[in-house]
Design a protein around this ligand. Structure first.
Ligand SMILES: CC(C)(COP(=O)(O)OP(=O)(O)OC[C@H]1O[C@@H](n2cnc3c(N)ncnc32)[C@H](O)[C@@H]1OP(=O)(O)O)[C@@H](O)C(=O)NCCC(=O)NCCS
Length: 158
């Protein structure tokens, strides 16, 4: 998945070893915090189709971050939205955060389109250059989205 040219159009390509390291980091995150960018399995057949989930604040951020990545063959079927909505619903009841952020590059319309469909708001004043990427790397400039914890339903006065 992380070597497919379309999946990695806006992401670094990972070697097998780097992909394994990423899985190890996520398993450590799950162990320490009870959540991570989880594996996504298709309900119909249990096939592994990608990742989606939430990680605690990590440098340079100070807020919890939602993220997603699916295999090319399953795009356009609503799985990312279903996983992201389930992640948000889970997070609001399990994570001590009033806000959740998401970041991507301006060209990744599928990813920021999903952020907008989820009700996230662009904060252009918080756009940033990714600290791990070289100054001339076209993927360095990132855009920033945030969603706030939904207000509790008003109490039934009766
Ligand atoms: C970003 C990414 C996860 C989005 O996946 P996706 O499948 O396009 O996202 P969604 O689940 O929101 O599906 C949206 C499309 O499915 C369609 N769809 C089909 N059946 C659907 C259903 N039952 N329910 C909802 N949407 C459905 C929608 O109409 C929509 O199509 P449109 O964009 O043409 O309007 C995917 O493109 C990806 O993995 N990209 C590479 C990795 C990456 O860049 N990750 C983000 C890093 S910041």
């Amino acid at each position: 998945m992380s070597q497919n040219a379309e999946v990695t159009e806006f992401l670094p390509v990972r070697t097998r070893e780097e992909a394994d390291d990423a899985v190890d980091r996520m398993m450590a995150c799950q162990e320490a915090y009870g959540h991570c960018f989880w594996a996504v399995e298709r309900k119909a057949d249990g096939a592994f189709i990608g990742t989606c989930g939430i990680v605690p604040p990590r440098d340079p951020f100070t807020e919890y971050e939602i993220g997603w990545r699916l295999g090319r063959s399953v795009w356009g079927q609503g799985y990312a939205r279903e996983g992201a909505e389930a992640t948000l619903a889970w997070a609001w009841s399990h994570v001590p955060a009033d806000t959740i952020i998401a970041v991507t590059v301006p060209g990744n319309t599928r990813s920021w389109g999903l952020m907008e469909r989820l009700g996230m708001t662009r904060h252009a004043d918080e756009d940033f250059d990714h600290p791990d990427l070289d100054e001339d790397d076209p993927l360095r400039p990132h855009i920033f989205y945030r969603i706030r914890r939904p207000a509790p339903a008003p109490r039934n006065p009766l």
